[in-house]
Design a protein around this ligand. Structure first.
Ligand SMILES: *Cc1c(COP(=O)(O)O)cnc(C)c1O
Length: 404
């Protein structure tokens, strides 16, 4: 029998040549136990009932699908915005953290750890730990602790312990290493909540499934609004890839639907200051997964550079590396100035201040040639309240919108 080609993970967590689980021996049994149990638990009636109730009553789902008329007119298409910015805590990340902390409880774990860069995933994790009465330790690079003061205070207020990490460059990659070290010391009672579609199998597949509520809702909402349950284009930004994975999940093998991913170009993919991993990365292993990684010629991991703290990662989810390699997705690198301008544009044309991460997806609209009949769904992954300072201090990049 011929098996149907799919862009979802195979049984061992591979997407083509990318993925897998490359973990230290001391974690092997822990990761294997998670792999053996996650599908049964996540798909169980009991889990689904609780998960859906929380997404509805706590997060505020379904998030609206909004027909952005002025932007549609400007880009010559029918543009719909999937409003993940309206979720509790202001982004899509909560969909994942609720699912993982629920799973941790069902597995009998007593303690949650997480890593965070800008603090968005740390806040989403600390929020759910407060809700579910779980002790929570968040590792964060010491430089990020300084830069992201408000999120650090939010995490502490929610009852989490924030541990500043002073190794390496004092940023996300170092925080991740420290979280993995903690996990190695407490493999039995501790659950490591990873914030994106990265890390060893089963994390990328698990996070994609937990975020897939986004495309499930898009299907129903499009059917209702357009009489057709699929769009011509899906557009999302990619850091590690979780909001994009959720946006495309139920369409990934539907070739009528074109996928456009926006990664963070920083100052340009060849500038040395970039987070555009798909453009600038090479095959390597990072944080337990074989994927594209930005690295020096001798294989040292490079620091990612972008105006957007949430896209600041030198790796990429294995699903997305595979989609790009197979040309299933078009991947565009959006530079800092383009993202700033697009953030201002959405603000002025639709009255929606997007997260600077999401503004990268908005900037991609100018780089695609749409037909007037094309239905385009763009995921606004988060709200821009946290980025107002960044927008203001870069308003010279905003063109005509910067004159105020
Ligand atoms: C963290 C974050 C991202 C990037 O993460 P993905 O896993 O690639 O989705 C994008 N947008 C916002 C608002 C974020 O907080």
């Amino acid at each position: 029998m011929e098996t149907k080609k799919t862009f979802l993970a195979d049984e061992d967590g591979y997407y083509g040549e990318y993925g897998g689980a490359y973990v230290p021996e001391i974690l092997y049994a822990t990761v294997e136990a998670l792999r053996a149990q996650y599908l049964d638990i996540i798909e169980s009636r009991e889990f689904q009932d609780e998960y859906r109730m929380l997404l509805r009553d706590y997060v505020g789902r379904p998030s609206p699908l909004y027909h952005a008329r002025r932007m549609s007119h400007k880009y010559g298409c029918r543009l719909y915005l999937k409003r993940e910015d309206l979720n509790h805590t202001g982004a899509h990340k909560i969909n994942n953290t609720i699912g993982q902390v629920l799973l941790a409880k069902k597995m009998g774990k007593k303690r949650i750890i997480a890593e965070t860069g800008a603090g968005q995933h740390g806040v989403a994790t600390a929020t759910v730990c407060a809700l579910m009465h779980m002790p929570c330790v968040v590792y964060q690079g010491a430089l990020d602790v300084e830069r992201q003061h408000t999120n650090v205070e939010r995490m502490k207020m929610l009852g989490a312990t924030v541990v500043p990490v002073f190794t390496g460059n004092h940023t996300l990659k170092d925080a991740t290493n420290e979280a993995i070290r903690d996990w190695c010391c407490h493999p039995d009672d501790t659950f490591y909540v990873i914030g994106s579609t990265v890390g060893p199998h089963p994390y990328p597949d698990m996070v994609a499934r937990l975020q897939s509520v986004i495309s499930k809702e898009i299907k129903a909402q499009l059917q209702q609004k357009t009489g057709r349950d699929y769009p011509d284009y899906l557009v999302a930004c990619v850091g590690g890839g979780s909001n994009a994975a959720g946006t495309i999940y139920h369409y990934i093998d539907d070739e009528r639907v074109r996928i456009v991913l926006a990664e963070a170009g920083g100052h340009g993919v060849d500038s040395g200051y970039t987070a555009a991993t798909i453009h600038a990365g090479r095959l390597g292993i990072l944080h337990g997964s074989k994927t594209l990684v930005m690295q020096t010629p001798d294989g040292q991991i490079m620091e990612a550079g972008t105006i957007s703290a949430g896209l600041d990662y030198p790796g990429i989810g294995p699903m997305h590396a595979h989609l790009a390699t197979e040309h299933r997705a078009t991947v565009l690198a959006i530079n800092d100035d383009e993202a700033i301008r697009a953030g201002y544009e959405l603000t002025r044309m639709e009255g929606i201040i997007p997260a600077i991460e999401s503004a990268h997806a908005v900037a991609a609209l100018a780089k695609v040639n749409f037909k007037p009949t094309d239905v385009v769904v763009l995921t606004v992954s988060g709200r821009g309240d946290k980025d107002v300072e960044t927008y203001l201090s870069n308003k010279q990049m905003a063109g005509e919108y910067g004159n105020f």
